[in-house]
Write a protein of this length. Structure first.
Length: 436
């Protein structure tokens, strides 16, 4: 849900509406915290849910215990993710980097102590994770409160926070659906692997593959965040050419980096499995999976960056539809057929999810390639005028919308609007700038 801030805060910062950053960030925190409650309820009864889905009872009990003790960290997440977007959209990377390093330096010794020097056992891991999250939140909050670089953006009008909730949810809900549909598809893979005859072996190999892809995903995710920030900033500033150039630069990086990683991974396929296990059977199975992993690395990087562009532009709803079709109408069904009907086991699961990722990347690339960036800039300006002087827009709503539907670029959308209406709209925009 915090992905909505990549659109709202990014474009507000580009338009130099700095006060909106603080408003949207606090609105995000207020809006997301209640969502944690049903998640807590789900985690508390995780054991019953997993057993119902056919998982091993002992595994389900351990997973439930882990989830329950992760709840304190869950409530830190709305603050952490909102603050990260707040700094990211302003290009304030050093405070995020330093706070993350400090949290990591705290997490490692605390996790080791709780796991090995106390009787908590596996419970120590989620406790240390939650402590690290809250520590990171405190550091970022202190920087936001006292740093001069946040002077313009932390000013708050509390009424605006609650007035912005509807606007926030218009982006937050599709953003959440967009992300959850993708992430849940991997959880479905894990559940399906647990239904195979040799479930422990299959799940172990699948976990190795997922660990590899998750570790690599950090790089394209960073490029994705940068692309989202640059695109949203440039759209807010009214620079369509710069937004297009930012997308091109991000795609070049998204192509070069994964190709290098894929080549390295393929060359090391005979020994890579030994990083995780000494069992020859596991190592050989991982070697068979490496070619699929290489293709996945490339496609995952492309879709990650394009997803960042979608968040920066405000296309979360499009991303949600794309992910729904790619993973649940194609990826998961193909995985089930290949795994169980054709007896390809874990390899079939991975081929299915790879097909879904390929379709996802292709559709997002098509949407991005066909985008009229000049029109995107104007759409943002139109929404801003509506936000500032909604009552005036309502008086001319019919003519305004009908002409905007015919717009291809720039001022063409004003054709057919009477001169008095034109003057009033321009006056409204000028008053909005003065207020800001």
């Amino acid at each position: 849900m915090a992905g909505a801030l990549e659109t709202l805060c990014g474009q507000a910062y580009g338009a130099q509406q700095y006060q909106k950053l603080g408003t949207y960030t606090n609105c995000s925190m207020v809006s997301i915290i209640p969502v944690c409650n049903p998640i807590c309820f789900l985690w508390i009864f995780m054991d019953q849910l997993l057993v119902l889905l056919g998982q091993d009872f002992e595994v389900a009990m351990v997973a439930c215990s882990y989830s329950i003790w992760l709840i304190p960290g869950l409530f830190a997440y709305p603050f952490l993710q909102s603050l990260i977007r707040y700094f990211q959209c302003q290009g304030l990377i050093p405070p995020m980097f330093l706070s993350s390093c400090a949290a990591l330096c705290l997490h490692i010794p605390v996790c080791w102590i709780l796991l090995h020097k106390t009787n908590l056992g596996i419970i120590g891991a989620p406790l240390s994770t939650g402590l690290s999250f809250w520590f990171n939140v405190v550091l970022l909050g202190i920087y936001m409160r006292y740093s001069s670089s946040c002077d313009r953006s932390r000013a708050l009008i509390f009424n605006d926070i609650f007035l912005s909730i509807k606007e926030f949810f218009s982006f937050a809900l599709p953003s959440a659906v967009m992300v959850c549909l993708e992430w849940w598809s991997f959880e479905v893979l894990k559940l399906l692997s647990g239904l195979l005859p040799d479930s422990v072996f299959e799940t172990s190999v699948l976990s190795i593959c997922l660990t590899t892809t998750s570790f690599h995903y950090l790089v394209p995710y960073g490029i994705s965040a940068a692309a989202s920030t640059r695109v949203s900033n440039e759209l807010g500033a009214g620079n369509p050419q710069a937004a297009r150039l930012s997308v091109s630069a991000a795609m070049v990086l998204a192509a070069i980096e994964p190709i290098m990683v894929a080549i390295t991974l393929f060359c090391c396929r005979y020994v890579y499995g030994y990083l995780f296990s000494n069992e020859k059977e596991v190592v050989n199975y991982v070697r068979e999976m490496i070619p699929l992993l290489c293709i996945w690395v490339i496609m995952d990087s492309v879709q990650a960056v394009l997803s960042g562009v979608a968040r920066g532009t405000g296309w979360q709803h499009i991303g949600a539809y794309v992910n729904l079709g790619a993973y649940y109408l194609l990826g998961v069904p193909v995985a089930v057929v290949l795994c169980f009907a054709l007896n390809l086991r874990g390899k079939g699961l991975w081929i299915g999810i790879l097909a879904g990722s390929t379709v996802q990347a292709s559709l997002l690339a098509l949407v991005t390639g066909l985008t009229n960036w000049q029109k995107q800039v104007f759409c943002y300006k139109m929404v801003d005028v509506i936000y500032v002087e909604s009552s005036l827009i309502l008086q001319t709503k019919h003519n305004f919308v009908e002409n905007c539907r015919q717009a291809m670029q720039g001022r063409e959308c004003w054709r057919g609007v009477s001169q008095p209406t034109m003057n009033r709209l321009e006056q409204a925009e000028n008053r909005g700038k003065e207020r800001r």
